[in-house]
Design a protein around this ligand. Structure first.
Ligand code: BGC
Length: 748
């Protein structure tokens, strides 16, 4: 479906109307805040709930309803005339200027501010979300969110649509790069920090896609079947953890159905769980086009429809007037939206555009990339490369001379400098385009070894690349796999001839290092043949500098996999995967919406592997993997000792980590728990970690307090989390499969 195609005449007239309207809207906004003292809800000393209640009392039904829906998105359904006041982001909600309630300007912002907004062109592209998860770094996650928040505001947005936290149940999912890996505790804790950083900039944050939108294929037409306990302990848990740790303003419900009902009209998901069990005070908004009814959705707990007003505009007003939707329900929806606006500071701190600090952004992006790139293999200490000794390097791989690839779809960021593989002046990036950020590995490698010969080969012809590798001291192959919203991967292999290319290059020169630019795990039939492997993910605007710093040892790798790399696609849980579309579409399945319109039954998908997500699956099935969850090497070495486990309200796990190598580094020390046999759980689960900076020879004692939730199971009959009495084993070490310390304690 051609998404963003419009005639130029419409563009020009829309632009004129936009200018007039923007002027009007800022005049309104100013008039709204001109006499703040006269409006009792402008008293910032009151709580967000008190302030929301005061505003609500003054609102007409029309004003209330205007807050319950967007005004349309270009290329996606009907547009309200008011949409011309939109900043060009994915969503625009008309505020209530007479009461000082500003418009909500929403932009996608997964790893930076999305390109589609007319001002989104100068955003920092951070490493992809899964890359940031590989840092396991809560401070970096905060900084990630804060940077996005600053750049959103600078570009006139006060709400982010980032915060993707679907668990990687299915690594072929085309949005794996947008999420935070396969473990609920890691993903939930990280997204909480991203949201904390973001909301501190006075931007409304949201986490998505709630829930179990774990594949793109058929996402609009699929019904996901899963049992209650499994979903509570896996896919829903990161949402629960994040909402418990931070007051996140919004949750976006997903496209798919869950156990029969669409997620956006699923009372169990929206009301029973998120609003009641988790005591969520913010608002639920639908994914774009994910609303399917008025009365049912409203009663189920959907507060806001995006992007248009198909069910929550005039139809909602009619339903209220006909007594089908109680006004109390409308008031609850509106109250939630208003209280979130007050809580995030978007009322007290009106939007004011400024210039995005792209230089500062680049520094942050590079720093986070350096903490995100995982060293997977380093035979005979091939890395770090010694810049002083190397005489020749062959840099091989498509586009490695100009850029590094990024993830597509609604997450796509257009960085400064545009798409490195698109000739200048070719216009804006389209949904199906691969965007390569203009961060050139060839240039950054050359800069490290000014005196050496650096030869580039695009890898199109494996024999020519092998010849280049043969004549060099070291060959560095940049391999990629593209992912985007709206598509899934057929398998986990590198596309095209890349496996063959790497095998031939490695056969020509054993000093071959492979740098992977992928959205998630890939299989590596050549892994035994190469000397080094770095997983760089989609490394963002500062990617090439970060890679070069790691290759040459200016930075010591510290990242660890937030996701298992299986040996073969056959090792994944087997299930009836809906056939993926051939190319990325917004529907994730070409006939998804048509299918719904025609009233055809949903495709069924059953996650009968249940609790066994990611490493829990491989552990339970005793399948060996290529690289396990939590794994990552360093240029130094660490020793673990002195484990003690102290039972109590929060179990305390204490141990010592020593840097036994010759370089300073940061070690992510991981703690897993094996629950009592009768808990019926997979063999172990991550319950905590600590990232420790250690100089050579230095030791640090660590104590990690384990949240009782992380040791509990979900008791469906009692609808509550429960700590089972019995023996718990605590295992500590550098990866989920290397856990040298173990101690068992009885817990009651
Ligand atoms: C995506 C959401 C996104 C929205 C707005 C949808 O297609 O699933 O993640 O926020 O579009 O662009």
């Amino acid at each position: 479906m051609p998404l963003r195609v419009r005639s130029c005449r419409i563009c020009v007239s829309a632009l004129i109307v936009a200018i007039i309207s923007l002027t009007l809207s800022s005049a309104f906004a100013q008039s709204g805040s001109a006499t703040p003292g006269s409006k009792p809800w402008m008293n910032a000393k009151l709580s967000p709930d008190e302030r929301a209640s005061l505003v609500l009392k003054e609102m007409t039904l029309d004003e209330k309803i205007s807050l319950l829906h967007g005004t349309g998105m270009r290329g996606l359904g009907p547009m309200s005339p008011l949409s011309v006041r939109s900043n060009g982001g994915a969503g625009y909600v008309v505020g209530v200027p007479r009461l000082g309630i500003p418009d909500i300007q929403m932009s996608d912002a997964a790893y930076g501010v999305r390109s589609s907004g007319e001002n989104g062109r100068y955003s920092t592209a951070l490493p992809s979300d899964v890359a940031a998860a590989a840092s396991w770094d809560l401070d970096a996650a905060y900084e990630y969110g804060a940077l996005i928040g600053r750049e959103l505001r600078a570009q006139g947005y006060n709400m982010s649509l980032g915060g993707g936290v679907n668990l990687t149940r299915e690594p072929r999912n085309g949005r794996t790069f947008e999420y935070l890996g396969e473990d609920p505790v890691l993903a939930g804790s990280l997204v909480a920090q991203v949201m904390k950083g973001l909301q501190a900039q006075h931007v409304i944050g949201d986490i998505k896609h709630y829930a179990l939108n774990d594949q793109e294929s058929g996402r609009n037409a699929v019904n996901v079947n899963i049992d209650e306990r499994s979903m509570r302990e896996s896919d829903l848990l990161p949402f629960q953890i994040a909402l418990r740790q931070t007051n996140i303003a919004a949750v976006m419900c997903s496209y798919n159905r869950l156990n029969g009902d669409y997620a956006c009209e699923n009372k169990h998901l929206l009301t029973d769980i998120v609003k009641k069990d988790w005591n969520f005070k913010g608002f639920v908004l639908s994914d774009w086009g994910g609303t399917h009814s008025t009365v049912k959705a409203s009663a189920a707990g959907l507060d806001h429809e995006e992007p248009a007003e198909i069910f929550y505009g005039p139809s909602m007003k009619n339903a209220v007037e006909a007594g089908q939707v109680p006004i109390a329900e409308i008031d609850d929806h509106v109250h939630r939206i208003l209280r979130s606006m007050f809580a995030c500071g978007v009322v007290d701190d009106p939007l004011e555009r400024s210039v995005v600090d792209v230089v500062g952004g680049l520094e942050v992006a590079q720093k986070i990339a350096e903490q995100s790139i995982v060293l997977l293999k380093n035979s005979q200490s091939l890395l770090p490369l010694d810049a002083g000794k190397i005489a020749s390097i062959a840099v091989i791989g498509p586009h490695a001379d100009v850029g590094m690839i990024s993830g597509g779809g609604s997450a796509q960021v257009d960085p400064p400098g545009g798409n490195a593989i698109m000739p200048p002046g070719q216009g804006r990036t389209k949904w199906q385009d691969q965007v390569w950020f203009p961060t050139s590995p060839l240039k950054t490698i050359k800069a490290k070894v000014a005196h050496a010969t650096v030869q580039y080969d695009p890898g199109t012809d494996a024999s020519s690349a092998a010849a280049a590798a043969k004549s060099a001291d070291v060959a560095i192959v940049f391999a990629y796999q593209w992912e985007s919203e709206g598509m899934d991967l057929d398998n986990l292999s590198l596309p095209g001839n890349q496996d063959d290319l790497i095998a031939k290059v490695a056969a020509a020169n054993p000093h071959t290092v492979v740098v992977l630019e992928t959205g998630g795990p890939v299989t590596m039939p050549w892994a035994d043949q190469v000397g080094g492997i770095l997983e760089a993910w989609y490394a963002g605007s500062g990617g090439a500098d970060a890679v070069a710093n790691l290759l040459f040892g200016d930075v010591n790798p510290s990242a660890k996999l937030p996701i298992t790399f299986p040996k073969s696609v056959d090792d994944l849980p087997h299930r009836n995967v809906v056939k993926p579309p051939k190319k990325a579409t917004t529907e994730g399945e070409p006939d998804g919406w048509k299918r719904i319109a025609a009233g055809l039954p949903a495709f069924q998908i059953t996650y009968d592997e249940g609790l066994e997500v990611g490493y829990k699956w491989y552990d339970a099935k005793e399948k060996s993997v290529l690289f396990p969850f939590g794994y990552g090497l360093s240029y130094t070495s660490y020793n673990y000792s002195n484990l003690t486990v102290t039972p109590g309200k929060n179990v305390r796990v204490s141990f010592t980590v020593t840097n036994t190598g010759g370089q300073a580094g940061a070690e992510i020390a991981e703690v897993y728990a094996a629950l009592p046999q009768n808990a019926g759980e997979p063999p172990k689960r991550l319950v905590g970690w600590s990232k420790l900076k250690l100089n050579p020879g230095e030791s640090k004692d660590v104590t990690i307090e384990i949240d009782p939730l992380y040791l509990s199971i979900f008791n469906v009959e009692k609808n509550a989390w429960q700590l089972i009495s019995g023996d718990y084993a605590f295992l500590v070490g550098p990866s989920s499969q290397t856990l040298p310390l173990k101690e068992s304690v009885g817990l009651k």
